[in-house]
Design a protein around this ligand. Structure first.
Ligand code: AFP
Length: 322
């Protein structure tokens, strides 16, 4: 039987500073805990709505609230974490007593939470940035390029933890004994693909270039692209990005005319930036429009939205050219 390295061994042998190692160990342990709660479903009292809405006026599921509390508590107890921010919380939450060379952690505690009740994949997305000792909101508003680590826990057919510390992308699978084992030591996104992911029901709201790009894919072999495409949409970015990391593809959540003042639906700090770092570190491209790197977007608000077009590099170039 193959002997896989554990998360602890991987982290111990990595170039991450000791403080970051402690933060990542806390995140890994909490994702394993969340995986158990998600797997418990109705038995863990985890299904259904919580009866509250978040800062974005979205209905919160019970699990959104439970997982947000789990991450906030675990990270606040980690001495190197100077503060946390979450898609589910109105404001940043500084912790006490962190050193000057600590970190802030931003997270979407349960991405794709509309999938919970139908037993489809959901995940936890996280982004780690350097921080001064007593951070205020402005200290969280750093570009994605400043991230020292990013990743996600994916709770699907298997539970996986995908991580970058800026030296490529690795993947761990949760073993029956509760340990994360390094099953995917070098994840690379293929440069080409025949698969795209977008919510087609919004087609009538898209801008013309996005419509042209998707229409060219749909035209298949006899169209300008000269090949047939397949479409997938899990409605959980974490699962759609995971598919792209494993077998290539592109994922789009573009600007659309339903809320013209917003650049897109997804959140820059909790979804766009961490996924963009993973995709770039795996050799793909992560942009707002096929051209502008998400990691270069200068944030101006904690819950700001961003348009997303990411995945296989040559296919992202096709989006830019449409
Ligand atoms: P929820 O966490 O509210 O389910 O939203 C998930 C998400 O932000 C992202 O993970 C999906 O890619 C996207 O929304 C799905 O959006 P649609 O509702 O348009 O399918």
């Amino acid at each position: 039987m193959t002997a896989y390295a554990s998360f602890e061994d991987f982290i111990a042998g990595s170039s991450a500073p000791d403080g970051l190692k402690a933060v990542l160990t806390t995140l890994a342990a909490t994702c394993a805990d969340i995986s158990r709660v998600v797997a418990g479903g109705a038995l863990a009292g985890a299904l259904g709505a919580s009866g509250s809405v978040n800062v974005q006026d979205e209905e919160q599921k019970k699990l959104d609230v439970m997982t947000n509390d789990m991450l906030t508590q675990a990270l606040s107890a980690c001495p190197l974490v100077a503060g946390v921010a979450s898609e589910e919380m109105d404001f940043v939450q500084p912790t006490t007593n962190a050193p000057a060379d600590g970190y802030v952690v931003l997270f979407d505690p349960l991405d794709g939470s509309s999938n919970i009740d139908i037993n489809a994949p959901v995940g936890t997305i996280f982004s780690v940035l350097p921080s001064p000792a007593s951070p205020v909101e402005a200290d969280f508003l750093q570009t994605g390029r400043n991230q020292v680590a990013a990743g996600y826990g994916l709770y699907g057919a298997q539970s996986m933890l995908i991580l970058t510390i800026g030296e490529g992308v690795v993947g761990f699978t949760l073993a029956a004994d509760g340990r994360w084992l390094l099953t995917h030591p070098e994840i690379r996104v293929s440069a080409d693909t025949k698969e795209f992911a977008i919510n087609m029901s919004n087609r009538r709201h898209w801008a013309e270039p996005v419509r042209r790009y998707v229409d060219a894919c749909l035209a298949g072999k006899t169209g300008a692209r000269g090949k047939d495409f397949n479409m997938r949409w899990v409605a959980a970015m974490v699962a759609d990005v995971h598919r792209i990391l494993i077998r290539g593809g592109v994922f789009l959540y573009p600007w659309d005319a339903r809320e013209p003042e917003r650049p897109g639906k997804l959140r820059l700090m909790y979804e766009g930036n961490p996924m963009a770092l993973l995709i770039e570190q795996a050799g793909g491209k992560a942009t707002t429009d096929g051209v502008q790197p998400i990691l270069d977007v200068i944030p101006s608000a904690l819950h700001q939205r961003v348009a997303v077009a990411l995945g296989s590099a040559n296919e992202v170039d096709q989006i830019a050219a449409a």
